[in-house]
Design a binder for this molecule. Structure first.
Ligand code: ZN
Length: 368
């Protein structure tokens, strides 16, 4: 596994119109650059990941693992790339991948395919065909480029280190990507299918495509003897349980309703009416398919805030268990879930332990 991954992140983002360089802007819950960092790490294909940047201080604060090095980049992309290659030389790499931080959407599968193809080739480059028709200009005359014969190159691009190093150190001109070096020197490049999602983020609008929604859910069930009590999917020892067509889990019902509310999909009763089929259904079986649908439609949950309204049982005693259970069902991190216990000063039906109620608010974001 003598492979190295170089992330070029020294760009100033002239076209991005934001104070911050785009590679450090937030995109799908993390900075753009960290999508590339995490995927290259998780692929377990690389001995070292090298980030070449002009924002050393910002990246040093991140406490990356030891296998990630951060060094100062150059003025142009090709300068940074050469700085990276020179830094890596002492490790005697066999293969090196060069990647632009502004492409956060490649897959680990692509990394695997690049490496596989590198066994028989010295340069492997992912390409996609253009969706737009391309024209080119020669001395003020416009020509059509045949879409079928035009290839758009992407990164990561994969190379044998030795060949890339010698071409890059010999090159006197600025180059737009490493593939250009091989083309200019008549070396054979193996082109493999790239990924349409793996677009370069150039304009702020490229990432400003998310929308956030809120949803609210409320539920109340009567407490009755001889029934098990379930709250948040956890069985709680108690003198009574919640009456209902299902297991009466007010927390999971309120969460389900909050999700349906946020996505404009009516309510829990629409999907799980009081019919024989759903008699005594456990509430996780209602919540999980709704969650799956939510994630399938490109939503992600930002956070859940829950008020459990009851005199007994005491929430503090079961908080960790309930949060753990909800985190498992929703695939959220525990710190995205908050559970508060509210009593009602012994007032009314809830105060007399005849019922338990729950309200939930949820925030979700849709990525296109
Ligand atoms: Zn209910």
């Amino acid at each position: 596994m003598n492979n190295y991954f170089v992330i070029l992140a020294a760009g100033k983002s002239k076209r991005f119109h934001k104070n911050q360089a785009k590679q450090f802007c937030n995109y799908k819950n993390k900075e753009i650059i960290d999508h590339s960092v995490e995927k290259s790490l998780n692929s377990k294909l690389f001995k070292k990941i090298l980030i070449v940047t002009n924002n050393l201080n910002h990246l040093k604060k991140k406490n990356y693992p030891k296998s990630i090095s951060v060094i100062k980049g150059g003025k142009e992309r090709s300068d940074s790339s050469l700085i990276g290659l020179k830094y890596l030389k002492k490790y005697k790499p066999k293969n090196v991948f060069i990647h632009d931080a502004a492409r956060p959407n490649f897959s680990i599968k692509l990394l695997q395919r690049l490496l596989e193809n590198l066994k028989q080739n010295i340069a492997v480059v992912p390409v996609v065909s253009s969706k737009d028709s391309i024209k080119y200009k020669v001395r003020n005359k416009i020509f059509n480029l045949n879409k079928k014969n035009s290839l758009l190159t992407q990164t990561p691009q994969a190379f044998r280190f030795k060949e890339l190093y010698s071409l890059a150190t010999d090159e006197k001109n600025k180059i737009s990507d490493e593939a250009t070096l091989f083309i200019n020197n008549n070396y054979k490049i193996k082109f493999i299918p790239g990924e349409n999602e793996n677009n370069k983020i150039t304009f702020f609008n490229d990432i400003n495509i998310s929308k956030t929604y809120f949803g609210i859910g409320f539920d109340i069930h009567k407490l009755i003897k001889n029934k098990k009590l379930f709250l948040g999917g956890v069985k709680i020892p108690f003198h009574s349980g919640l009456k209902g067509h299902s297991d009466g889990d007010v927390i999971l019902h309120a969460i389900t309703d909050a999700i349906l509310g946020a996505t404009g999909k009516k309510d829990i009763g629409t999907y799980f009416p009081n019919i024989k089929k759903f008699k005594n259904i456990r509430s996780p079986k209602m919540l999980v398919p709704i969650i799956k649908n939510l994630y399938k439609s490109n939503f992600s949950i930002n956070n859940l805030d829950i008020n459990l309204i009851c005199e007994q049982p005491k929430v503090s005693k079961y908080r960790n268990k309930i949060i753990k259970s909800i985190s498992k069902l929703t695939k959220l991190n525990k710190d995205q879930i908050n559970l508060k216990g509210k009593t009602v000063e012994k007032l009314g039906l809830i105060g007399k332990e005849k019922a338990i109620a729950c309200e939930v608010i949820i925030s979700i974001t849709k990525y296109d």
